[in-house]
Design a protein around this ligand. Sequence first.
Ligand code: HEC
Length: 173
Amino acid sequence: MKFLYILAFGLFSLAVFHNCQNQTETKETVKKDSAQTENKQEISKPKLNYAKYTDSTIYPNGGSELSVLMREMYDDSETIKKAVLEGKLPPDFREKFRYLHAATPTDKDTKTEAFPDMAKAFEDNLNRLYEEKDEKKRIKQFDIVIQNCVTCHQSHCPGPIKKIKKLNIKETN
Ligand code: HEC
């Protein structure tokens, strides 16, 4: 009997996972990433452009705080990419991106225990990008940052991976 419950829960989790792939459902959530409490004092809520990033003609599936942040992060990454390709230091989005620790996802179970570590790895590599003085190495570092996006998505939200990989400068993946 217990096995059946576990099975049912497993199937439910799969269904939730699937939502993340298709972005079909929006749910109210209260639980935050546990890192929020750890990093609370350092994380400030950025001003997200809800009007633009929940425009239903472009994003028909609503938008949690985390998904709106991610949509902005995608466009910001294109801005970063452009600067990197021009040999310039990109505008600094680090403070905004840090909010991924605290932003509420569509489903409260989306963020796993591994989430804070993956977010940290992403931030560390982003820091390296901004600290990199060599233009060529900065291009390489940009692709490493994008790889960090992909790694987290592999375990948390595989749907957008194909789109994210398009940000890569060198088509290595
Ligand atoms: C630490 C984990 C993590 C990292 C790093 C991460 N993401 Fe995400 N991303 C998520 C999760 C979880 C969601 C699902 C959000 C939700 O369901 O509310 C998501 C959603 C998205 C979406 C879909 C938003 C929507 O609902 O339309 C895009 C696009 C996206 N991320 C792009 C990126 C890009 C680009 C990067 C890197 C610059 C990145 N992500 C880095 C975890 C991450």
